[in-house]
Design a protein around this ligand. Structure first.
Ligand code: NAD
Length: 484
């Protein structure tokens, strides 16, 4: 498909279908993590900008967008999906530049964004209420209605995918959205808003206010005109968002972090497992909520799996996003320092293998060497805490019971997988693993537009993606008519 130029002004907010300066007039620099250079200035939105965005969303609900039928909403989303496909190269380049992810990963994320629009466009008019048998003389039915104004506070690691899954589902159900992208990555959010406008999304149905979490984020999560908050990010900020939402008694979806295990049994197809075991840990430089950072391996195949993963790690190359290697830089020098701190805490561990940062990688880039640790105790910091970098630990286990204890032995519960040819064990493990998603003989870090995702424990609550998200982005109303 052809590439058409996007006309966005990254120093502005996108409110009511127009590019507007932040009312405080402030901007802040956006950094390219591949080399440390400044890409451009972006708007530093304040509470007054959030007020304007919420008012614009509210006005959209009272106007053309609020009157649109489910089929009409679906058609607009489908058009947006097609429009996204005409901008694959531009969007991928923007996300690779601001986040540092290799171009092929960024392209996959653009396609996922388009898929979300197709999926939620197709689903918009397929969410039905029910009729409920009740007393004689009554007809009782349910309606699924939008919350109203939905707030979307998202992180930097997969901006396009997270916009797709949360804004896409919210719009499908007839909500009007205010999106606060992460301060490290807002270009694709702004570009998406422009694409949606050009594809026919009415003004005010989607508003974007870039800014800091402590400013625009706090203003949005505590805004009394917001009726639902979707947050994806860290556990600490998730707790703050839940408190802010609680003050206004509005529902909140929290998609937080993880420490997701893959469990490899003696009877597993090791050759099939190996690419998944490694890719799920290093994809997006390990900065994936559902990254599989713990690999649990039964004793009988332990040495074989460690050797197989080690060989793959030795071949890993990290470098600038445009070089399109296995691993890009981390999103920022701050993130690099956090990950380096974790690697230092692994100084007592056996390094099974490590990758390599290419010699030509710019010195100002946020690169870390991918690290694989073996023989790790389940209670070690590196086996308990979310690292959010290209670091995996391998933990041995004896039997199924011990595997379950270790797999469920963190505060998180986002994704898990088990590798075994034993069908009965597959079923037992699927039930026993504490996670919002369980994969059997595969692993899906990211992706899977159709598959509901969400956590237990510190990984959060509520579900996004798939059809399930449509229930979360709507409110059930019961209508009871007495007609005799
Ligand atoms: P973060 O929590 O620091 O920031 C996320 C967003 O919240 C950003 O837009 C930020 O500006 C905003 N924010 C920060 N402080 C705020 C506040 N006080 N009030 C309101 N908003 C505020 O997270 P991050 O470092 O950008 O992302 C990494 C984390 O996100 C990891 O823990 C990762 O596991 C998690 N994550 C989870 C999923 C999922 O689907 N479960 C997906 C991606 C990332």
């Amino acid at each position: 498909m052809s590439v058409r130029p996007l006309n966005i002004d990254p120093s502005k907010c996108f409110i009511a279908g127009a590019w507007v300066d932040s009312l405080g007039g402030q901007t802040m620099p956006l950094t390219n993590p591949s080399d440390g250079s400044t890409i451009c200035e972006i708007a530093r939105g304040q509470s007054a900008d959030v007020d304007a965005a919420v008012a614009a969303a509210d006005a959209a609900l009272g106007g053309e967008w609020g009157r649109a039928t489910a089929a009409e909403r679906g058609r607009v989303l489908a058009k947006i999906g097609l429009a996204v496909l005409t901008h694959v190269d531009e969007l991928a380049a923007l996300e690779a530049m601001e986040v540092g992810k290799p171009l092929k990963q960024a392209r996959a994320d653009v396609l996922a964004l388009a898929r979300y629009m197709e999926f939620y466009g197709g689903a918009a008019d397929k969410v039905h209420g029910e009729t409920i048998p009740y007393l004689d003389g009554y007809t009782v039915y349910t309606l699924r209605e939008p919350h109203g104004v939905t707030g979307h506070i998202i992180p930097w690691n997969y901006p396009m995918q997270i916009i797709g899954r949360s804004v896409g589902a919210a719009l499908a159900m007839g909500n009007a959205c205010v999106l606060k992208p992460a301060e490290e990555a807002c270009l694709t959010a702004l570009a998406f808003a422009e694409i949606a406008r050009q594809a026919g999304l009415p003004d005010g149905a989607l508003n974007v206010v870039p800014g800091l979490g402590a400013e625009a984020g706090v203003a949005l999560s505590g805004h009394s005109g917001v009726h639902h908050i979707s947050f994806t990010g860290s556990v600490g900020v998730g707790k703050l968002i839940q408190q802010a939402a609680g003050a206004n008694v509005v529902p909140v979806t929290l998609e937080l972090g993880g420490k997701s295990p893959q469990v490899v049994f003696d009877d597993a197809d090791i050759d099939a497992a190996l690419p998944f075991l490694v890719n799920a840990g290093i994809q997006n430089a390990g900065q994936t909520c559902s990254a599989s950072s713990r690999i649990l391996v039964q004793r009988g195949v332990y040495d074989e799996v460690v050797a197989g993963m080690a060989a793959r790690y030795q071949a890993l190359r990290a470098g600038p996003a445009v070089d399109d290697l296995d691993v890009g830089p981390l999103v920022s020098m701050r993130q690099k320092e956090i990950v380096a701190g974790f690697i230092a805490k692994g100084s007592d561990l056996r390094v099974a293998a490590q990758g390599q940062v290419i010699a030509s990688a710019p010195k100002g880039g946020a690169y870390v060497t991918p690290m694989l640790f073996a023989d790790v105790s389940p209670d070690h910091t590196l086996a308990q805490d979310e690292i959010f970098g290209p670091v995996q630990v391998i933990i041995p286990f004896e039997d199924e019971a011990e595997a379950i204890t270790i797999a469920n032995g963190t505060a998180y519960g986002l994704v898990a997988s088990c590798w075994t040819e034993n069908g009965a064990r597959q079923m037992r493990m699927a039930r026993a693993l504490r996670a919002g998603q369980v994969f059997i003989n595969n692993y899906g870090a990211g992706g899977g537009v159709e598959l509901p995702l969400g956590g237990t424990g510190l990984s959060g609550h509520g579900r996004e993606k798939g059809f399930e998200a449509l229930y979360g982005f709507s409110v059930l109303k019961t209508v009871a008519a007495l007609h005799g």
